[in-house]
Design a protein around this ligand. Structure first.
Ligand code: ATP
Ligand code: MG
Length: 359
């Protein structure tokens, strides 16, 4: 899929930016603080309904402006053009697809944007929440029932945690309905996650072999969030008193995690920082390829601050691979990498929130 038009209003330092993008590489150049990441953030927002940067969504709204909007024309692999809109006014977020008001979930489902940016290395070196978010996004786009199941799980988790904190005795009649719900939804989510990681594994191995050949073969380890041999409902019932003392639920898919174990670097601490970044990039690219295989079109790929993250050789390999695949790329940096001088691309100059096309 390709973003043909991207119109951004009041996002961070971007007042009003209207871009016509090309299906290949789109490079955004400019000094620090110019607004490059903000352009990529706008595209990402359509596909995630949240930023890849930390902080609440409201920090995206330009200071002194009450509202924000992002509009895009997105061409699908079959040629059809979707008109996508996301806005926030008076603190309320709303979404539109082809002129119809839709839920944020429906908008996110209509559009796929993956992003590699300085914070992505948390996928390898950060907390489990980053890796669960990665899994959830992938599943949300390929499993139609995932979002409903996930919402059921979150609701039941909230209710059980409320009971645990209420100080009431851990009576089975109060807990059992929520634990049954957690177990039903949780088991379904676990199965979907395990199957997703299995499908991802060969693609990840391929990406890793290209980006990190020195690290040898790869094992993808998945922990589902409760003991492998236990039934989740029984495990929750057994854990109730201990969870009561802690005030929250300590077993379930919200505690799941996965990790990469390399033959040539059995512990994460064996990886250099650059290798951590490359491993994280391999995850993003493998997820994009799996999406392409299962949805028959490539997601838009954002590479933020690319030149400062990777050496030139790796930049060239990644860009060449994405071009061969036919993916649209939005890439930002303070200078152009050698790898891009040769490839046909559109270039934009970003300065103090203004974006001008160079080529
Ligand atoms: N809510 C906001 N309202 C107004 N300006 C903001 C807001 N949030 C961030 N900014 C400003 O927007 C500017 C652009 O930030 P952005 O991260 O897009 O820059 P960048 O070109 O990617 O810079 P770098 O090269 O340092 O990564 C910064 O000057 C920042 O201070
Ligand atoms: Mg930036």
């Amino acid at each position: 899929m390709n973003l043909l038009v991207l119109r951004i209003q009041n996002l961070r330092c971007l007042d009003l930016v209207e871009l016509e993008l090309t299906p290949g590489i789109n490079v955004f150049l400019g000094n620090n603080g110019a607004g490059k990441t903000s352009v990529l953030e706008a595209a990402f927002l359509l596909s995630h309904a949240q930023s890849f940067r930390s902080g609440g969504k409201e920090t995206l709204i330009r200071r002194d402006a009450g509202e924000l909007s992002v509009y895009a024309e997105l061409q699908r692999a079959n040629g059809y053009i979707n008109r996508l809109g996301l806005g926030c006014a008076d603190g309320r977020w709303s979404a539109r697809v082809d002129g119809n008001t839709v839920s944020l979930g429906q908008l996110v489902h209509a559009c796929a944007v993956v992003c590699f940016e300085p914070g992505t290395h948390a996928l390898v070196a950060g907390g489990g929440e980053h890796r669960r978010r990665f899994l959830n996004w992938g599943l949300f786009h390929v499993e139609p029932a995932f979002l409903d199941t996930w919402r059921r799980y979150e609701r039941a988790l909230k209710q059980r945690n409320k009971l645990l904190r209420s100080g009431q005795a851990t009576d089975p009649p109060l807990f059992t309905p929520w634990e049954r719900e957690l177990a039903e939804a949780g088991t379904a989510i676990d199965q979907q996650r395990a199957a997703y990681l299995q499908r991802l594994q060969p693609l990840l191995q391929e990406s890793v072999s290209k980006l990190l050949p020195e690290l040898g073969s790869l094992e993808l380890r998945y922990r589902r969030g409760w003991p492998d041999t236990a039934d989740l409902q029984l495990a929750l019932a057994e854990q109730r008193d201990r969870d009561g003392a802690r005030g929250h639920t300590t077993l379930g898919v919200h505690r799941a995690d996965w990790s990469l174990v390399f033959e040539g670097a059995p512990l994460r601490e064996h990886l250099s920082r650059g290798q951590e970044k490359l491993a994280a990039l391999a995850c993003v690219l493998a997820q994009a390829r799996l999406y392409a295989l299962e949805r028959a079109e490539w997601p838009v790929v954002c590479l933020d601050d690319f030149a400062s993250e990777l050496d030139e050789e790796h930049q060239e390999a990644v860009v060449a691979e994405l071009m061969t695949a036919g993916a649209q790329v939005l890439l930002s940096g303070t200078r152009v990498a050698r790898s891009l001088s040769a490839s046909s691309s559109s270039r934009f100059h970003v300065e103090r929130g203004q974006v001008a096309r160079l080529l």
